[in-house]
Design a protein around this ligand. Structure first.
Ligand SMILES: O=C(O)CCC(=O)C(=O)O
Length: 232
């Protein structure tokens, strides 16, 4: 781990995301890359993938899960990073989902026509929804405008702060975050192969167009801390 857990936690609290660098090593990456190529190609169609964002292909359901990739959600180094961030026992709450963003349109260009969303579990959110953490495990290095995960820093505070506002609630629940009061500009995240970005469930975020010639390969993960009141 390249930074103290408390620094990651503080960054996650303040900005709504934090990046753990070099969690997976070269041999992990080399093992995984051909599996991405095997299961997701530019021609892979629904229902195996959802391709509602053009060049972005995300494996659609547990039915199509690929254990050789999903298992990275429970790789010891990955679990160590989750543990550092949560500081308590946790569960992997759904199968990790591989996503490939090929060259092309996939959510807009940051700073131009990009628009973000929140991963609502329910609207309005339940008391525990904000405790989920979402991860993006990078298997390729993201170059500028290479389809990187794009987010609005600190937007989880704005979202949380407006949950009691009926007018803004309606906008948030219909994913209308354009010119939303209080939001900063979006930022496209850079990352190296092996890095993991964790983000808050109320963070405004989204995919972005891949204007490079390198396909972006990531695994989306999802964890939930164990609570004293957690059901068995
Ligand atoms: O990483 C990406 O491609 C976008 C992820 C995203 O928007 C989501 O999982 O809700």
């Amino acid at each position: 781990m390249n930074r103290a857990p408390c620094e990651h936690r503080q960054e996650y609290e303040e900005l709504g995301y934090t990046i753990f660098k070099g969690v997976l090593d070269k041999s992990d990456i080399q093992m995984a890359l051909p599996i991405f190529d095997e299961i997701i190609t530019p021609d892979t169609e629904p229902p195996v993938v959802c391709s509602n964002k053009g060049a972005r292909r995300q494996l659609n359901s547990a039915e199509y899960c690929e254990p050789r990739l999903s298992n990275f959600g429970e790789h010891p180094s990955v679990l160590e990073s989750v543990s550092a961030l949560l500081g308590r026992p946790f569960r992997l709450t759904r199968p990790p989902v591989p996503t490939v963003t090929f060259s092309g349109n996939a959510g807009g260009v940051p700073g131009k026509n990009w628009s973000g969303h929140v991963d609502w579990y329910s609207t309005p959110p339940g008391d525990l929804d904000s405790l989920n953490i979402l991860g993006i495990v990078h298997f390729t290095t993201i170059e500028p405008f290479g389809g990187g995960f794009t987010l609005v820093p600190g937007s989880h505070h704005v979202v949380r702060g407006n949950l009691g506002n009926p007018e803004l609630n309606q906008r948030m629940f219909s994913q209308n975050f354009r010119d939303f009061p209080g939001l900063q500009d979006e930022q496209e995240m850079r990352a190296h192969a092996g890095d993991i970005l964790y983000y808050h469930p109320f963070l405004v975020h989204g995919a972005s167009d891949n204007q490079s010639t390198t396909a972006r390969k990531v695994l989306h993960t999802h964890y939930f801390p164990l609570l004293d009141s957690s059901p068995i």
